[in-house]
Design a protein around this ligand. Structure first.
Ligand code: NAD
Ligand code: GLY
Length: 362
């Protein structure tokens, strides 16, 4: 049976945009072409993704004045120095304000291309073509763009929505297992924060998903994007509810920064962070203690880490968490669960509970 494309909409008024999800969408040129503005296009990708998929994108864009820039691969290159290569390319080829940027790759490429699009001549169009599971279910949707600073993850950035997100589910077939597992952490996040049935569905279907069954994957991606699109439409710039998308991220970002960017994959750090967040939620009396094990079993089945790095101290956690973007006036706020499928943002966690959880004594 021919699998069909599904289209979701991120409802943001005059900046609303579609998310196309389906197999072989890279072979449907009109999906991209209808969102290109102007006559110039710069495709931003990296040295790993380019040999796999760049030719097809360039062929689609052959009627345009099209160029590409290949960034070095890796989270450790997600910084201002490497970002400048995109501006070098745009300026040396006299790209005007009506240029279109296309992000072809994972979350690193997407975040950097989006940030370049937000900054170049104070904002140009861009389209997201995410090729990792994590980028397809999370980073390509919602307009958060940016780079890391040595002192903090994703600390330099802007909100800038794409014109469209084109998710070709077939691109996941070339994704290494470790990267696939990291993306699954963000998929599980949606179940935990807003979709309990999805959480139970994931537990039931985890073997098929790990075997990369096309139909199950498409369903998991669509359900994830639907959850994300709803939250983004309700709170585009994270004045409130959008913060729930950061379940596990306050701990996870601290782990990524402390261990050095690239040591843990983002999704791996988020997996450990989600276990910590569930532990704190149990400590608050909001969840049954069995939920910690249920989550650990699911994450472990996927091959994700579930324990804090052995050499990471409570002091490191607390210092790095103090610069989290959810800190307001020096007050740390954490995303916790008051039940499975319902997240809250709270500043009420007692310090001794937090310290006990981070030190592994609770
Ligand atoms: P990534 O971009 O580093 O990609 C992972 C690896 O897979 C890279 O080596 C990449 O070259 C390779 N790759 C990409 N597509 C491939 C394919 N189809 N086949 C084979 N290899 C492929 O990592 P990621 O997990 O996609 O993204 C992580 C980044 O996303 C982090 O920087 C994180 O901060 C960011 N992020 C942003 C948001 C947001 O809302 N903007 C949300 C979550 C995460
Ligand atoms: N990944 C968190 C957000 O998009 O808000």
């Amino acid at each position: 049976m021919q699998e069909t494309m599904h289209t979701l909409q991120v409802e943001l008024g005059d900046r609303a945009y579609p998310i196309y999800i389906g197999p072989d969408l890279l072979d449907q040129p009109e999906l991209l072409l209808q969102h290109v503005r102007g006559t110039q296009v710069l495709v931003v990708t990296n040295e790993t993704v380019a040999p796999l998929y760049l030719d097809r994108i360039l062929a689609t864009l052959s009627a345009y004045e099209v160029a590409s820039v290949l960034l070095p691969d890796g989270e450790e290159h997600k910084n201002l120095t490497v970002l400048n290569r995109i501006f070098d390319e745009l300026l040396s080829n006299s790209h005007t304000r009506s240029t279109t940027l296309v992000a072809l790759g994972g979350g690193v490429v997407g975040d950097m291309c989006g940030f370049a699009a937000a900054c170049y001549q104070r904002g140009v169009n861009f389209v997201q073509i995410p090729t990792t599971l994590l980028a397809q279910v999370d980073s390509s949707v919602g307009g958060k763009t940016g780079v890391n600073h040595a002192l903090g993850k994703n600390m330099i950035g802007a909100f800038h929505q794409p014109m469209a997100v084109i998710i070709d589910t077939k691109t996941l077939q070339s994704l290494p297992s470790r990267e696939f597992a990291a993306g699954m952490a963000e998929v599980i996040k949606y179940g935990l924060i807003s979709d309990p049935e999805f959480y139970y569905w994931l537990q039931t279907n985890i073997d098929g998903l790990l075997a990369r069954d096309e139909a199950l994957l498409a369903e998991a991606i669509e359900r994830s994007c639907l959850n994300k699109a709803r939250v983004v439409a309700a709170d585009e710039r994270e004045g409130g509810v959008r913060a729930i998308l950061n379940l596990g991220h306050t701990f996870g970002h601290a782990i990524e920064t402390a261990m050095g960017y690239g040591h843990y994959l983002h999704g791996e750090a988020v997996a450990i962070g989600m276990v910590l967040a569930v532990r704190v939620s149990v400590g608050m009396g909001w969840l049954a203690s069995g939920e910690v094990d249920r989550l650990r079993v699911l994450l472990s089945r996927i091959g994700l880490p579930v324990d804090s790095p052995e050499n990471m101290t409570v002091e490191q956690y607390l210092t790095l968490m103090a610069v989290d973007k959810k800190v307001i006036d020096g007050e740390l706020r954490l995303v916790l669960l008051d039940r499975i499928g319902s997240a809250v943002v709270t500043a009420e966690v007692p310090r001794d509970l937090l310290v006990a959880t981070l030190s592994g004594t609770s």
